[in-house]
Every structure is written in C-alpha cells, then in structure tokens.
Design a protein around this ligand. Structure first.
Ligand code: PMP
Length: 451
C-alpha cells in the first residue's frame, strides 16, 4: 500500500501530521558536528548506571511477578508509598496527608499530560497556557481539540493581572475556560520560577472563575539557588489542582516513570482513561525505581545531579555575560533551577533567521521561541539548554551565538536586509479545525527533539 492510498484510512489528525520542513532542520541539528543547545536532554553523566546495575539482577530474581507481570493501572502500591515518603522528606508537612489514593503512577509526565487532556478537554474547550509554554503540553491539549489562550509570563511567572483580564474578556465572549496549565518551577522553556504571591493569586483566580489548574513540575528537585517555594497543589484548599511529577530528570528519562498527585476523584477518572492506553505502567520500571528508593541513594543522586547542572548553568551565564555586548539589547533569564534559559533578542531580530545563520556559520543550534507561543508571538526569542553539552561546548556555543548576533546587528547597520527568511511559519492563531491540525503536526515534528 503506497503512502497516497494509505491517506484514506488515516484519521484527520494523523493525516495532517505529515513531514514538515522543520523536520529537515531537526535532522541538521542532530549531526555530531553541531553543538546543540536545542534539546532538553539530561546529561548522561547524571545517570546512576552503577547503582542500578547492582539492583536489577535482584529485582528480576526476587520480585519476578511484580516486575514482569501486568499490574494495577493505578501503579505499584509500594512505589506509591516510597514516593509519598520522598515527597514528605522533600516538601515537608504539606504532603503529610497524602495517601496512595491521591496518586497515579504514569509513563512519565508526558502521559500524565495526555491523560489529563483526555479527561478534561473536549473539542473547542478553552485552555489557558503561558506565553511561552512547554510544547509537549500544547501538543497534548491540541490533540484533544483544545482552543489555547495565551497569557504572558514575566520574571515572576504567569502575569496574574493579565490572566484575570483575559478571563473577564473571554467570559464576555461567552467562553469559559476549563483549565490553566502552569510550570511554576523553572519553566520549560522560560526557566522562570513563579513567585509565591503569583502562586496565591493564580489559585484565587482559579477559584473565582471556577477553573482547574494543571501544575507540571518536572524540574522541581533541581534547584540551584534560592529557597524552594510551595507547590500549587500544597497551597490549594479546594482540590482544583492536579500536580504532575516525574523521575525523568532526577533518575533518567528511559525509566518512563512519573506520578500525578490529585484529588482521589480525579485520580479515578485518570485510571479509567489510562486503561485503554497501556493497561498499566511498566512493572519493571516501577520495581526498579522502588527498590532503588529503598536503598536510600536517591537524595545523594539528586544532589550529585544538582551540582553538575548548577556548574553548567554558571558556565552558560558567565559566557553570556562575557560575550553579549550590553549595547546589543539582548536579555536573558537567570533560572534558579531546571535545564533552560530564555533569551530575548532586540525586537527587530528574527530568531529563525539567527538560527539559520548559527547553524550555517557556527554550527550552533537552539530552539526558536515562537515555537512555544500558542499565538506565534515571540519571534525575537529563543530557548537555550545547558544540561546536555559539556562545559567546553557550552562556552563555544555561546561565543558562536554572540558572533552571529553581532553580524546581524552589523548587517542591519550597513543597511542589508536582516529579518527575512523564516524557514517555516505555522498558522497565526490556534483555532479549531484545519488550523489546529496543521499546528498539531508542526508541534509534533518539533517535539521529536525538543523535549
Ligand atoms: N513537562 C515538561 C514541562 C517538560 O519539560 C517535559 C520534558 N522535559 C515533560 C513534561 C515530559 O517529561 P517526561 O515525560 O519525561 O516526564
């Protein structure tokens, strides 16, 4: 059966999720000679391979059934208990009342986002997201037919005054969003942490407008400076927050293990939605994680990971400080944790044009910021990852990027055209029907390597 014939059998979303130009660009990014600040990959030096090599044979011999058999959709009970213990140790008393019924084990946080979309979002349901937001969440919401409404994020997280105004405006148009999606700790892509005041205001607004909140916090344990702030879930008084966590960044993403903390009513709907997707999360992963946690080595593993990333973050910030001339008008965030920082170029400068130049002239890759904006704004922004490249490659990449920015500025000063040449433009607005599907295909293509 050839590709054209196959088309008639495909669903609308599969039919439109075709190869796009951006995939060709992503193939270039994957070449070894390119220094990629584009992905969101953890550094392999953080993977606890030796510790796991000691545990896995025992798991297979002594926990054969739990590791190899189908298990409950809710997840392994002992793993849930270990997670609760870990959360109480890390978060304190705020989680003292957590029980296994408040937890669902998932195939990492991406599945949790998908399941939440399945139970909460129907075609044309309105969802509020940050400008910018994690691409994988935008993809999961859009796949269920969501209409996305973007609210700007500043140095303190989602701008709650603009959020309130947006909700008033939408209400006037007869639109009642169901959900707010937020990454309060060291957001992907912004690197920004939501302040305590904003967290409280966001919850007040959610109550006033009767919205649920999805708190996605994969980087929470990876804080390098400053004090830990309470999760939205722990500040929530009426069970409207669904919190999503993962082992991907504190152990390794190949484990594909995460967990949802929510009101037991929500958990039971998520369980029903999960059953036809995968029956249960992989038993082998769950038992390996739980036996690893029982050794008591996880806190030291997190500490070791934090040290590695804190140092890489420092290297990237120092390189930016050293290489970016203040007269250029380039600004960047100073993330307190996580894997990314966010750069704002002068308003006239196209991040896409800069990417083409950086790939061709300096072999440096990054992700253009408009990819993370549901309204396609942010054309002069970009995301840089600092967790994966070595410190030496981070320095070289920032130096190359700075040379490209300088060349853009020089060309503009000498009157050459500087801001054309976008490689691919997605539709201007995320709306229903065709546009949403084209957008979905674009997001899927990008999220293959963006993480
Ligand atoms: N949410 C956010 C904000 C992310 O950045 C990522 C990926 N890095 C995920 C969810 C998905 O991660 P995973 O499925 O590996 O837990």
């Amino acid at each position: 059966m050839d590709a054209t014939y196959l088309q008639r059998f495909l669903s609308d979303s599969a039919r439109t999720a075709t190869r796009s130009e951006i995939r060709e660009l992503l193939k270039v990014i994957a070449r070894p000679e390119i220094i990629s600040l584009a992905g969101g990959l953890p550094s392999p030096e953080t993977f606890p391979a030796d510790d796991l090599a000691e545990i896995v044979p025992g798991v297979l011999r002594e926990h054969t059934a739990a590791a190899m058999q189908y298990g409950p959709t809710e997840g392994d009970q002992e793993l849930k208990e270990q997670i609760i213990r870990m959360m109480i140790d890390f978060e304190g008393e705020a989680f003292a009342e957590l029980t296994p019924d408040h937890l669902l084990i998932t195939s990492a946080s991406q599945q949790a986002l998908d399941l939440c979309s399945r139970i909460f979002i129907g075609t044309y349901d309105s969802v509020v997201v940050g400008l910018p937001s994690y691409l994988g969440a935008l993809g999961a919401f859009t796949a269920c037919g969501a209409k996305l409404s973007g609210v700007p994020i500043d140095d303190d997280g989602m701008c709650t005054d603009l959020l309130e105004q947006r909700l008033v405006d939408l209400r006037r148009e007869g639109v009642h969003p169901k959900l707010i999606y937020a990454v309060p700790d060291f957001g992907n892509p912004s690197g920004v942490t939501m302040s305590l005041t904003r967290r409280e205001e966001l919850l007040c607004i959610a109550r006033e407008f009767d919205l649920l909140v999805i708190e996605d916090s994969p980087y929470r344990q990876l804080r390098y400076v400053g004090e830990t702030l309470p999760t939205l879930g722990s500040l929530d008084r009426d069970g409207r927050v669904v919190s999503i966590f993962t082992f991907s960044k504190i152990l390794f993403p190949g484990l594909r293990l995460g967990w949802v903390v929510a009101n037991p009513e929500v958990i039971s709907h998520l369980v029903v939605a999960k059953q036809p997707v995968d029956c249960c999360t992989a038993g082998l992963s769950q038992v390996v994680a739980r036996e690893y946690m029982k050794t008591g080595k996880l806190p030291a593993q997190i500490e070791r990971t934090r040290k590695i990333y804190a140092s890489k973050r420092e290297v990237m910030l120092e390189a930016l400080e050293e290489k970016m001339d203040p007269s250029w008008g380039v600004n960047w965030t100073r993330p307190e944790g996580g894997l990314f920082l966010w750069v704002e170029l002068p308003r006239w400068m196209s991040a896409r044009k800069l990417l083409e130049r950086a790939l061709a002239e300096e072999k440096v890759a990054f992700v253009v910021g408009d990819a993370f904006h549901c309204d396609r704004s942010g054309k002069n922004t970009l995301r840089l990852n600092f967790s994966y490249p070595s410190e030496e490659r981070l320095r070289a990449a920032v130096a190359g990027l700075a040379r490209c920015i300088e060349r853009e500025i020089d060309e503009r000063a000498s009157g050459e055209e500087a801001t054309t040449g976008e490689t691919e433009s997605a539709p201007a607005l995320l709306v229903n029907g065709e546009h949403a599907l084209v957008q979905l295909s674009w997001n899927l293509a990008l999220s293959e390597v963006v993480e």
